[in-house]
Design a protein around this ligand. Structure first.
Ligand code: MLC
Ligand code: AMP
Length: 517
């Protein structure tokens, strides 16, 4: 039987010369090389981790939950989990104890890997959830995981998996405030990576600047899979710093970023971002949040490059992309391009029909990229798939006569800040629990750096005084920092329509200029 494990395809794409460089780990602050990792190093490191996991006799389908800083070793851990045939569950490093408790309780992983400094609070959570083993891994690739893997063999036969077997679970917040685990199969991930490899013209000559976090689709799947499947070298930044990244552009060919990274490349490092610095580059990709047309235009003026904007989701990997090759059309700013080959996208009206050209409706998707459903939430699958099997993205948009898709808004109450999703319902839940709070509304406002900035408007219970800064301070440490409102306003009441629904649009209008400076 054919091995349909994603790792088998990635391993088959390693170059013949295993001593060639696979990854150059760069210093985030200076851009200088810190450590070279060959393809052989990658083969051996992933084999060691896979052997370690295999030696633990974990049940089939076991989840390995990981909350660690970005490092090459953390990428090896992801690949090692795939290689062993288990299910990878990445967690944002910003998540705090209450959030991690939910994910571990919900996913019931067999193994948890955390930062050494988090062990004192992760271990008790893991014990309650009957996690078999907690390992540590720090930002330098050291920890009990590395120690245990070091004694393992560097030879490992890739575990055989079927295309529909689970490869990863990505948690994405729910509209009701509780996160849902999107179940992604080996087929979902591999088919999407193969499509992008071809559509974006990857080859082994490419050099990718990898500066995104590796706990979301963009950095973990889109960026890493494309480079690995192409047998291309990566320049690996644990953190994004515009000056350091620009220093490495002359030897790179591809860069991927959320819009905030482009805003920062343009703003913070202005003098160095030149046509000459980008002369070797062939592709700049943006996605995960709307790219402002101003950023698209300014980047073109400064570098001569037209950013390729694409559209994706945790549940669906990449759905659409602007064309790479001129023969297929121009890259149009403000649009997310065409449905990718093999992916079907339609715009649905609210009566169950399909919208006409340029008519606005709900974006729906079908294809080998679309996930199998939410982990242990069959009721959510019913809600979010149509009867004929299309996934409702929650994004609102239109398709023009040429087939370009434009996203015009969201039907889901979601804020995207610097490429991270914030669900107002979740934050409102935390604020409403605080003493003296009667109710609250969380909205996103235009933000020059993050695209959208989170704020809250809070109403006090009768006879109570509230302080906005104290609410911000109380939320810090309780929930991930990017979810904490940048400002909290205290108001006498919330604007409501005749149905009693809070009119968030009015709050957005009232505070629209808050972040303008
Ligand atoms: C950090 N902060 C944020 C934030 N990131 N606040 C709001 N939104 C964010 N995205 C907080 C910090 O904790 C800090 O708070 C303050 O804001 C300033 O931080 P900073 O130093 O400016 O942040 P930095 O560490 O530089 O991080 C910014 C960033 C990062 C843009 C580099 O957010 C990032 O890497 N974003 C990429 C996210 C991503 O990869 N998304 C892909 C999702 S996949 P304080 O209180 O300490 O001052 C997906 C599907 C698809 O959506 O289509 O791809
Ligand atoms: P996530 O659940 O984190 O994967 O976020 C997916 C959401 O990000 C999508 O449903 C969109 O709302 C948004 N998104 C991704 N790419 C783009 C883009 N290019 N333009 C606008 N929104 C985007």
């Amino acid at each position: 039987m054919n091995n349909e494990n994603l790792f088998a395809a990635l391993r088959a794409a390693f170059p013949d010369d295993l001593d060639a460089t696979a990854i150059d780990a760069a210093d985030s602050a200076t851009g200088a090389n810190l450590k070279r990792h060959s393809w052989r190093d990658m083969d051996e490191a992933t084999a060691r981790i896979a052997n370690l996991l295999t030696s633990m006799n974990l049940p089939a389908g076991s989840r390995v939950a990981v909350q660690t800083e970005k490092s090459v070793e953390a990428l090896m851990l992801y690949l090692g989990v795939l290689r062993a045939g288990y299910v990878y569950l990445p967690l944002n490093t910003a998540y705090q104890a209450a959030e991690i408790e939910y994910f571990i309780g919900n996913a019931e992983p067999a193994v948890v890997v955390c930062a050494p400094k988090s062990l004192p609070w992760v271990q008790p959570i893991a014990d309650v959830a009957k996690v078999a083993k907690v390992f540590t891994l720090d930002e330098n690739g050291q920890g009990t995981l590395t120690e245990a893997a070091a004694t393992q063999s560097t030879v490992h036969t890739v575990a055989t998996r079927k295309a529909d077997d689970l490869a990863a679970i990505l948690y994405t917040s729910g509209t009701t405030g509780r996160s849902k685990g999107a179940m992604l199969s080996h087929r979902n991930l591999l088919s999407n990576a193969q499509t992008l490899l071809d559509y974006w013209g990857w080859s082994s000559k490419d050099v990718l600047i990898h500066a995104l976090p590796i706990f979301h689709v963009h950095g973990l799947f889109v960026a890493s899979h494309c480079a690995l499947l192409a047998g291309a070298r990566m320049i690996w930044f644990a953190k994004f710093d515009p000056t350091a990244v620009i220093k490495r552009l002359p030897e790179a060919t591809v860069f991927m970023g959320v819009p905030t990274l482009y805003v920062r490349l343009l703003a913070n490092a202005s003098p160095q971002l030149t046509r000459e610095a980008c002369a070797n580059m062939r592709l700049f990709v943006a996605g995960s949040a709307p790219l402002l047309i101003e950023t698209f235009n300014e980047f073109h003026e400064r570098t001569g490059h037209t950013i390729l904007e694409r559209y994706g989701m945790s549940e669906t990997c990449m759905l659409t992309s602007n064309p790479y090759r001129a023969a297929e059309g121009e890259r149009r700013g403000g649009t997310v391009g065409f449905p990718l080959p093999g992916v079907s996208v339609r715009v649905a009206d609210d009566k169950g029909g399909t919208c006409a050209v340029d008519e606005i409706g709900g974006i729906e998707v079908r294809g080998p990229n679309v996930f199998g459903g939410y982990w242990r939430m069959p009721e959510k699958n019913k809600e979010e798939f149509t009867a004929d099997g299309w996934f409702k993205t929650g994004d609102v948009g239109k398709i023009d006569a040429r087939g370009y898709v434009t996203i015009v808004g969201r039907s889901k109450d979601l804020i995207i800040s610097g490429g991270y999703n914030v669900y107002p319902a979740e934050i409102e839940g935390y604020i409403n629990e605080m003493p003296g709070v009667a109710e609250s509304a969380v909205v996103g406002l235009p933000h020059p750096d993050f695209g959208e900035g989170v704020i809250a408007v809070v109403v006090a219970k009768a006879g109570t005084m509230l302080d906005g800064d104290a609410i911000v301070a109380a939320l810090k440490g309780k929930i991930a920092n990017f979810k904490v409102p940048k400002r909290v306003f205290i108001a006498a009441d919330l604007p409501r329509n005749a149905m009693g629904k809070v009119q968030k649009n009015l709050l957005r209008q009232e505070h629209a200029k808050l972040f303008e400076s």
